[in-house]
Design a binder for this molecule. Structure first.
Ligand code: ADP
Ligand code: MG
Length: 259
């Protein structure tokens, strides 16, 4: 029997009422060499929230996610995760504490199978700061979330389509049982069916209390899945509101997103 076929085992109950801040940055600045890219970025991600980080190409979305993850060599400001200052953490420390990251270039191990790719990312169960169990992911419940991966447990990464590889990167980061997941442009460059699965996956995670910060240029996708939005322009937050408010603000849409 495929390990994907076991019954689901989602251990957490959803908790829509809590408003705990899980991830936050204050006055976050970041540089590539001498070039300053981020300027005093402030943002928060609360428990069970999907937050979109929007902005045109080059606005600083990926840089913000990298800085939160500890991947920018030069940065200033404060990054707080689960109530602890992790401004000086290495990326693997952030991951070990439950911050998941799916980067733009979504690397998988092409000479490993789907199951092997997932196994290498396995981490132990976690709790939310209030002591509640966080969702725990294994092959079985991941298979429910990603049915196309479940149908190819022994396929080599190199024999998968781009969309399938993208699903696998997300599934792999879930094997670390993240409390907050950073997703860099999940809808970019993949087929509509994968975009749809990605959206459903995000909403399922949200129902289980996992928070997501996703960078996105696709307004329709962001509107579908997000509760709140920050809009970056030239490395600065120029707008933040509920997704609904931004959707109704034609001027902001035109000014910051050219739609
Ligand atoms: P976005 O994700 O919003 O498209 P990025 O965060 O990738 O934007 O890029 C923000 C700015 O940083 C852009 O001006 C880009 O050219 C610059 N940049 C991105 N990556 C690098 C890098 N590795 N080295 C130097 N500059 C970079
Ligand atoms: Mg980017």
């Amino acid at each position: 029997m495929s390990p994907f076929q076991a019954p689901p085992n989602l251990s957490s109950s959803s908790s829509s009422s809590t408003d705990q801040v899980l991830l936050e940055c204050k006055n976050l600045c970041a540089w590539y060499g001498a070039a300053q890219i981020l300027f005093d970025v402030n943002l928060q991600v609360n428990r069970g929230e999907v937050v979109a980080l929007m902005g045109r190409n080059g606005a600083g979305k990926s840089t913000t996610l990298k800085a939160l993850m500890g991947l920018m060599p030069k940065k200033t400001g404060v990054v707080n995760f689960l109530g602890q200052d992790q401004s000086h953490f290495e990326p693997h420390d952030a991951a070990r504490r439950g911050l998941g990251f799916v980067p733009e270039d979504r690397r998988i191990f092409t000479d490993l199978t789907v199951l092997e790719n997932l196994s290498v990312a396995r981490q132990g169960a976690r709790k939310f700061p209030n002591g509640q169990d966080a969702p725990y992911w294994d092959y079985a419940n991941l298979g429910k979330l990603f049915p196309n991966l479940a149908s190819m447990p022994h396929r080599l990464g190199s024999h998968m389509s781009g969309g399938e590889q993208q699903m696998l990167t997300v599934a792999r980061s879930l094997m670390g049982n993240p409390l907050v997941l950073l997703l860099d442009e999940p809808s970019e460059g993949v087929a509509p069916l994968i975009v749809e699965q990605m959206g459903e996956m995000i909403l399922t995670l949200k129902r289980q209390g996992v928070s997501i910060l996703l960078s996105e240029q696709n307004l329709h996708f962001a509107q579908w899945v997000s509760d709140r939005v920050y809009v970056l322009e030239k490395g600065q937050v120029r707008h933040h509101s509920s997704m609904q408010e931004l959707s109704e603000d034609g001027q902001a849409l035109k000014a910051y997103l050219s739609v």
